[in-house]
Design a protein around this ligand. Structure first.
Ligand code: UD1
Length: 459
C-alpha cells in the first residue's frame, strides 16, 4: 500500500473500494504529481461511484405510469387575446431587466468532427458565424430592442472552458459588454471501466466527464451566478442548448405565460414529426408531476400510441428550452448539491498506458436538466413551431446536421422577409439575416431591398 503523510485515511478508503490501481505509476511520480493525484482522488465520492456501478449492472427502469402532459397550443391566429396578453406581459418583464439568458455549452463538437467547444463551431449559412456568435448577437439585439442589458450566463466544462473564454475574448464578446457575460465551468464526475474501476488519463490523473446539463443548476449556485442574478434583480432565467441557432432565446410570450400562470418552470414543445424522433417527450405522472422522458426511455407502445384522430398521443417533444424562476433554482439547490439521478451512457473511453492511449469500454454518468422539472410546484408547456425555433446541429450529415440547420435558418429568414412584404428576388437561394438586424420579422425595415444574388447576407 502506498504511503503519504496526511492522506492515510484516503489511501485506506481507496484500497477498501478496490481502486488502488490508480497508484500503478506511483514510483515514477514526482512529489508534485503524487500530491496532485491525491488531491484529485480526495474529491471522488467512492461510495456513490460504487452505487452507480451497481446500477449499470441492473436493468434500469423508469416509472412508466404516465400519460402525455397537457400543453398550451400555439393559436392559429397570433392575435389571440391570451397570446397577446402574455406577449405584452413578457415584453414589460424584459424591459424591467428581470430576464437573463443561460446556455449550456459544456460539450465538444466531436460528433461534428470538430475538436473544440461546440459553441465555437462555425456554421451559419452565408457568414459562417459560430453558434456562440449567433447567440451573442441575438442577446445584443434584445438589449437594443428592449433598452436593457440582458445578462448572458454560459456554462462550460473543464474540457472546453479555456477555449470558450478565448473564443469570446478574441472576438471582443461579439459586441456584448464583458461585464454582462458570465462564463463558468460545470462539475466533472469520474467515468468507470467495464469492471467499475477508475480509468487513468495520465500517470497521475483519472478520467472524468462533465456531469451532464443537469449539473447546470448546481453549477449556477456554486459559481456565484445565482447570487449575481439576485444582485441584478433577475428573476427569470431562459435556458437553452448551444446547438440550436434558431432558438428564440428571450421569448416574451413564454415569459408572459410563465408569470401570469405563476409557474416555476416553463418549457417549449414542438409536435414530433414522427414517433421515433430523437427528442424527449413531455409527460404527466399519475401523481400530477410533469417532466420529460428521453426518447430512448419511452416504451415502444407509448412511442407509437395514437389518439382517435390519428395524431400521436405523445406528440409534444422537448427542444430543451426552459424558463426557470431564479427562486425555484435557489430552492431546489439550497442543499448545494441537487440530487438528480445519474443516467448511464456506455462509451468508448481513452485510457492511458505508457505506450499510448487505448480505447476501452466504459461508463459515463450524466444528470439531465429535465429531471428537475417534476420538482416544480407548477410548470407549464407551450407549443412552438419547428420551422421557427428548432434547427439543431448535432450530426455531421443527415438529420439534425449542419446542412439541415443551414437550410432551416435560410428558410426562416426568407419567411420573415415575406411576412414583412419585402420583395425576395428568385435568384436568392440562401439568405442569412444578422440577429443585429432582426430577431423577429417585425424588426425588418419595411421597404428593405434584397439584392438578386445567390447568397445574400443582411447585416
Ligand atoms: C437533447 C435532449 C433531448 C432534446 C434534444 C433537443 C438530453 C439527454 N436530451 O438531446 O431530450 O429533445 O436535446 O435538441 O438532454 N451539455 C453540457 N454539459 C454536459 C452535457 C451536455 O453543457 O455535461 C450541453 C451540450 O453542450 C448541449 C446540450 O447540453 O448544448 C445537449 O446535450 P446533448 O448531449 O447534445 O443532448 P442530445 O442528445 O442532443
Amino acid at each position: 500500500m502506498v504511503q503519504y503523510a496526511g492522506y492515510d485515511e484516503l489511501i485506506k478508503k481507496i484500497c477498501e473500494f478496490k481502486q488502488d490501481h490508480v497508484f500503478k505509476y506511483w514510483n515514477e511520480l514526482t512529489e508534485g504529481e503524487r500530491k496532485s493525484l491525491l488531491k484529485e482522488l480526495m474529491s471522488v465520492d467512492f461510495a456513490s461511484l460504487a452505487g452507480l456501478f451497481k446500477e449499470t449492472q441492473a436493468e434500469a427502469g423508469i416509472d412508466v405510469d404516465f400519460g402525455p402532459a397537457p400543453f398550451i397550443p400555439r393559436p392559429k391566429n397570433l392575435s389571440d387575446t391570451a397570446w397577446q396578453k402574455a406577449k405584452a406581459f413578457g415584453e414589460d418583464h424584459i424591459k424591467a431587466g428581470k430576464v437573463a439568458a443561460f446556455v449550456v455549452a459544456g460539450g465538444q463538437g466531436s460528433r461534428l468532427g470538430y475538436e473544440g467547444p461546440k459553441g465555437a463551431y462555425t456554421m451559419s449559412p452565408v457568414k459562417n458565424k459560430s453558434l456562440f456568435q449567433i447567440h451573442a448577437e441575438k442577446i445584443k439585439k434584445y438589449s437594443m430592442k428592449y433598452g436593457v442589458a440582458v445578462p448572458f450566463f454560459i456554462m462550460t466544462s473543464d474540457v472546453n472552458h479555456a477555449a470558450t473564454v478565448a473564443h469570446f475574448e478574441e472576438n471582443e464578446y461579439f459586441g456584448l459588454h464583458n461585464k454582462d457575460v458570465f462564463l463558468f465551468p460545470q462539475n466533472m464526475i469520474p467515468s468507470l471501466d467495464a469492471n467499475g474501476k477508475l480509468i487513468l488519463s495520465s500517470k497521475n490523473s483519472i478520467f472524468k466527464n462533465p456531469d451532464g446539463h443537469g449539473g447546470s443548476l448546481t453549477a449556477l449556485r456554486t459559481s456565484g451566478a445565482l447570487e449575481e442574478m439576485k444582485k441584478r434583480g433577475i428573476d427569470t432565467l431562459s435556458y437553452f442548448q448551444v446547438d440550436n441557432p434558431t432558438v428564440n432565446i428571450v421569448d416574451p410570450v413564454l415569459i408572459g405565460y410563465h408569470h401570469i400562470e405563476q409557474a416555476e418552470v416553463s418549457s417549449k414543445a414542438l409536435i414530433k414529426a414522427y414517433p421515433e424522433e430523437k427528442v424527449g417527450s413531455f409527460v404527466r405522472w399519475k401523481d400530477g408531476r410533469e417532466g420529460v422522458v428521453e426518447y430512448s426511455d419511452l416504451p415502444k407502445e407509448k412511442m407509437f400510441e395514437k389518439n382517435a384522430d390519428g395524431s400521436l398521443t405523445y406528440a409534444p417533444g422537448s427542444i430543451a428550452i426552459h424558463l426557470f424562476s431564479r427562486e425555484y433554482i435557489e430552492r431546489i439547490t439550497s442543499g448545494r448539491e441537487l440530487s438528480l439521478p445519474f443516467h448511464v451512457a456506455r462509451k468508448k473511453i481513452k485510457s492511458y498506458t505508457p505506450e499510448g492511449f487505448i480505447e476501452i469500454d466504459g461508463f459515463k454518468f450524466e444528470k439531465f436538466v429535465f429531471d428537475a422539472l417534476p420538482l416544480a410546484k407548477k410548470s407549464l408547456i407551450i407549443e412552438c413551431l419547428r420551422e421557427e425555433e428548432f434547427a439543431p446541429v448535432k450530426n455531421a450529415s443527415g438529420i439534425d446536421s449542419v446542412e439541415s440547420s443551414q437550410q432551416l435558418m435560410s428558410d426562416l429568414y426568407k419567411s420573415w422577409v415575406r411576412a414583412r412584404g419585402i420583395v425576395l428576388p428568385d435568384a436568392v437561394k440562401v439568405l442569412e439575416i444578422s440577429p443585429i438586424v432582426a430577431v423577429a420579422p417585425e424588426d425588418l425595415p419595411v421597404g428593405m431591398k434584397i439584392p438578386a444574388e445567390e447568397k445574400v447576407y443582411i447585416g
